[in-house]
Design a protein around this ligand. Sequence first.
Ligand code: FAD
Ligand code: SF4
Length: 501
Amino acid sequence: MSNTRVNPSAEELAARVERRGEFKNKERGQLPKIFWAEQEPGERVGNIREVPFAYTPMQARAEAVRCLSCKNEPCVSGCPVGVDVPAFLKLVADGDFRGAIRRIKETNLLPAICGRVCPQESQCQENCMVAKVHKDLGFAVSVGKIEAFLADWEREEGGVELPPVGAETGRRVAVIGAGPSGLACAGDLRRFGHEAVVFEAFHKAGGVLVYGIPEFRLPKDIVQAEVDNLERMGVRFEFDTIVGQTFTLDELFEEGFDAVYVATGAGLPYFVNIPGEDANGVYSANEYLTRANLMGAYRFPEEDTPVLRRDDVAVLGGGNVAMDAARTALRLGAKRVYLVYRRSREEMPARLEEVHHAEEEGVEFRMLSAPVEILTGSDGWVRALRVQRCELGEPDEKGRRRPMPIEGAYEELPVQIVIEAIGNGPNPLIPKTTRGLTTTRHGTLVVEEATMMTTRKGVFAGGDIVAGASTVILAMGHGRKAAGAIDAYLKAEAAGLPKPV
Ligand code: FAD
Ligand code: SF4
């Protein structure tokens, strides 16, 4: 149970921590990185347990010693919520874990989750000066792994500190959607002393954290522990409630809510639009992952929900969702899983760690391959995927080189399941059933950037319903910004002042 990278011995780790005050910056930047252990690929495809193991306390301290405490703090500007990275790493190096987690929570309420799923290599760790010394991004200080270690340490030690709840204001705010954005907003609303009621369509809180991201990347008891903390702060949850269907947003105001935060995410799957998509055996990644994760299909028949299990599976896409679907298919018993992506490896938007793990586990990457048809047998079930080879052309408006199909270069992949993971759009239900909201041509809600207020007074929005399919930390950042703006809005109303619009 280890990965192939060699770590310093226990004595060397202890010596590094002991000598931490003596290192000159140049020496510090040259200290070997501390790697975490992982389940072996052959073993882990047979279970759904988390792949990486946590740092030990001494490993976390020795890794934190590598931080150069850069004056200009490039890692802080790389973090969407501005976690004070050098400050918390210094506390970790000194062994003050309680102080370190407290420091992180000043800006990030969900460190156990962000430490695991944030794309650190393109955020805080991308700017890390240690990576520049080593000329390799992989050598950046492992900010995310240390963050996850601290959150786990705090949970296991007990005495998790909850943010203080403000004196009750008597003002009521409805939060629609219990994903990371809604949860972050609800937590902050309680800090301001407002009542926060979260309405969620599913029977569980967490949004993509529970229905999309699999257990082997983010254990669900970690998400549940964060939800429990919010309940202890007084956040109330109403499950199995689809706002726009069970009742409308307008009815929430009629019922006495003073403001609403819409955080309904981007759960509407896109399809490639090729012939054969209506065949048996074609899934959207959303449905496939929801069945496997939230509905527990990997435990079928002990659980009620099944999901199709076949030997050969093709997953379309190159993002985190595609990696999650491909790795889930392996865990559901597939013998061969193809990942079919139109561009090259460099353009893949997935987190580097997920790409690395997928490859280790045996997912076959079919780069520069565009799906053109799903072929079926006479029984209507999928029998193959037809792909066309591509080459890269000129960059598109986002700077990514366009895939250009090569004439006549076709290939058939013999598969019985096709999972489409090419992206998601915002759910249109709330915009369709609520007057006064404005959407962009992509269907996302238009908000005022400084306050996250929509074009309707008293209705705020954030997360994927505003940003399109984005990241956990950005969704949380929106939730916190909106909570601050809702507080200002309600205070202005109470004081009889014009509300900030
Ligand atoms: P969501 O998490 O989508 O939550 C929205 C919630 O609203 C859901 O619970 C939904 O049931 C509920 N809802 C919707 N409509 C209604 C309604 N009308 N009434 C009541 N409730 C409603 N990001 C990362 O940073 N790192 C990753 O590794 C990563 N991996 C991902 C893997 C997958 C499979 C997916 C799908 C996404 C991944 N993302 C990742 C993206 C990230 O999860 C999202 O950006 C983030 O969850 C958005 O948060 P949110 O709160 O806006 O929406
Ligand atoms: Fe430490 Fe790296 Fe941040 Fe510099 S950039 S303060 S070395 S984590």
